[in-house]
Write a protein that binds this ligand. Structure first.
Ligand SMILES: NC(=O)c1ccc[n+]([C@@H]2O[C@H](COP(=O)([O-])OP(=O)(O)OC[C@H]3O[C@@H](n4cnc5c(N)ncnc54)[C@H](OP(=O)(O)O)[C@@H]3O)[C@@H](O)[C@H]2O)c1
Length: 246
């Protein structure tokens, strides 16, 4: 089913997976509505997409603020008349051991990775129910399935997202609303820069960058799910680099 003309809101669109997905979907004719905090990065992306003939709008959005997420979804409806897909992708991954008590980082991960997704659902669901169709996608992670030392809180947020999205699927499928998590293994993006524990950052990055996926690999997976016929609800795509052991 064509992606062309679908109206797609993406959070965390200023870099990495969000930006790559915006470009891929716009290339396939979607109208993309892009939110993140760094407006200069959003502006660059907008120029890139429109220069290539795509359609996009951007708005500064902090997903920890319910009203800002609502405003992003409202912008989609105002500019393009409907909302076909919301991709709740914004996230951060400041890994560390629990005993280091990086409580501010725990709060931040809960606010962005969990509450940000919930705010996206809250903004999109009433419109999609009224339309009688829609698709809600969240970026989860392999860490939504397995926990390791250093990942207790990050994995906790991603386990939560997986649970919330499965509940959403069970509740809203009958209303013709599709829902999916995309669960990547290692992807080479700026995400590693959110790790403030220097040793953990260096180890994680050096281990994973030798085999990591690219943001385009994840964009392709998301585009595949969006492009399926309406009666096909791809619920999860879990994709690792071939050489990733765990
Ligand atoms: N890279 C990986 O290996 C990997 C693996 C599994 C899952 N993931 C997940 O993939 C998602 C995207 O991450 P990425 O790898 O593409 O890393 P990234 O390049 O660092 O992208 C993260 C995005 O989230 C946005 N963001 C962070 N806090 C935000 C906030 N409060 N409000 C709005 N936007 C916010 C950032 O934009 P601003 O800073 O401009 O706001 C940025 O656009 C995350 O949910 C991450 O957990 C990544």
């Amino acid at each position: 089913m064509p992606i062309k003309n679908k109206v797609v809101v993406i959070t965390g669109a200023s870099s990495g997976i969000g930006a790559a997905t915006a470009k891929e979907l716009a290339k396939q004719g979607a109208k993309v509505v892009l939110g993140a905090r760094r407006t200069e990065r959003l502006e660059q992306l907008l120029t890139e997409i429109t220069t290539a003939g795509g359609q996009a709008v951007t708005q500064q959005t902090d997903v920890t603020d319910h009203k800002q997420v609502q405003a992003l979804v409202d912008l989609a409806v105002e500019k393009f008349g409907r909302l076909d897909v919301i991709f709740n992708n914004a996230g951060l991954m400041p890994l560390s051991k629990l005993h280091l008590l990086k409580v501010d980082e725990w709060d931040r991960m809960i606010d962005v990775n969990i509450k940000g997704v919930l705010y996206g659902i809250a903004a999109a669901l009433p419109i999609m129910r009224q339309q009688g169709s829609g698709q809600i996608i969240a970026t989860d992670s392999v860490a939504g399935h397995f926990v390791h030392p250093n990942t207790a809180v990050y994995a906790g947020t991603k386990f939560a997202v997986r649970t919330i999205m499965e509940g959403l699927r069970q509740e809203e499928g009958k209303n013709n609303i599709r829902s999916m998590i995309v669960s990547p293994g290692a992807v080479e993006t700026e995400l590693y820069s959110t790790i403030t524990d220097e040793k953990v950052r260096a180890n994680t990055y050096n281990n994973e960058r030798s085999y990591g996926l690219s943001d385009v690999d994840i964009a392709n997976a998301v585009a595949y799910a969006i492009g399926q016929p309406e009666n096909v609800n791809i619920n999860e795509i879990l994709l690792r680099p071939t050489k990733q052991p765990l």
